[in-house]
Write a protein that binds this ligand. Structure first.
Ligand code: AMP
Ligand code: FE
Ligand code: FE
Ligand code: ZN
Length: 277
């Protein structure tokens, strides 16, 4: 029998992804992926639809989330898997983070307007709807309004870190995010650690991180080997995925190319049972 494949890092239109949960499940099926985790930024609102659609296609959907944190002035993204989506505290925090994203989007728009651009928050929210709004939505809107030539030039010239219209998100420490994930019964992973200083990774491992995203489009072979070594050394769990968004990001080819063996999901489930035993 062919080994089952899992992609544990995927976004939908409930954050900055392009596809609805049902559209996404159709694509996942086409690519022959057996298990996925939906990991929207600051939202778990896609999970119910994705899980229901997944069931009819024979695809397992693991409830996940991606939370942006900062430490030592650097952004670190944490993934939570196997969350209890009815957990009140989790929902309270995610609603708060999304509200904060909306206020930040308004500040970014004000900066763009100060730079002479004719763009409003309504233009952005027309496409972002009630999702967790972020810079990708603003970049898309800038393209649609003809203010920039493409998605990446919006970041390079205006929205990227340190660029004239960039605004930070609210400060959340990785330790707080770990607690939110753990208290909702989930397992915590560091996302794309290739962007993160090794000393910070070590701080998070000491703080109780459950695992590392080893496979990611931004990780070359030597990085994957390096993180696998750390996973083994500290008895951590291993994850991986495409970080697929779809749309103007131009990452359509990534879906199906950054999978991990589904046995890794079973290792996670075992750890969950151990936690609750
Ligand atoms: P936000 O959560 O609103 O800060 O948006 C972060 C997202 O914007 C990241 O997950 C990337 O998808 C995208 N992004 C951030 N910086 C850049 C960049 N320089 N070029 C392209 N995309 C970027
Ligand atoms: Fe994203
Ligand atoms: Fe991320
Ligand atoms: Zn992501």
């Amino acid at each position: 029998m062919m080994k089952e494949k899992a992609d544990l890092h995927i976004h939908t239109c409930y954050s900055d992804g392009f596809y609805t949960p049902s559209e996404l499940i159709n694509l996942v099926k086409e690519k022959g992926i057996d298990k996925i985790a939906i990991t929207d930024h600051d939202s778990i609102n896609a999970i119910d639809e994705a899980a229901e659609c997944g069931r009819s296609f024979g695809i397992e959907v693991i409830p996940g989330v991606e939370i942006s944190t900062d430490i030592e002035d650097r952004e670190v993204h944490l993934l939570g898997y196997f969350l209890d989506t009815s957990n009140e505290e989790l929902n309270k925090y995610l609603t708060f983070f999304r509200d904060e994203r909306f206020h930040r989007a308004k500040r970014i728009i004000q900066k763009l307007r100060n730079l002479g651009m004719n763009i409003s928050i309504d233009d952005v929210m027309d496409t972002a709807k009630n999702s967790a709004v972020g810079r990708p939505h603003i970049a898309n809107t800038m393209v649609d309004l003809g203010l920039v030539k493409d998605y990446y030039s919006a970041f390079d010239n205006f929205l990227g870190d340190g660029k004239p219209a960039c605004e930070r998100k609210i400060h959340v420490s990785p330790q707080s995010a770990l607690k939110i994930i753990n208290d909702a019964g989930g397992l915590s992973f560091i996302a794309h650690p290739g962007y993160v200083k090794e000393s910070i990774l070590m701080t998070l491992i000491k703080a109780g991180l459950d695992g590392i995203e080893v496979v990611h489009p931004s990780h070359k072979e030597y990085k994957k080997r390096f993180y696998k070594g750390i996973v083994n050394q500290y008895c951590l769990l291993e994850s991986g995925g495409s970080d697929f968004h779809g749309g103007k990001k131009g990452d359509a080819d990534n879906l199906g190319k950054y999978c991990i063996d589904a046995s890794k999901v079973e290792a996670m489930r075992k750890r969950l049972h151990k936690n609750t035993a």
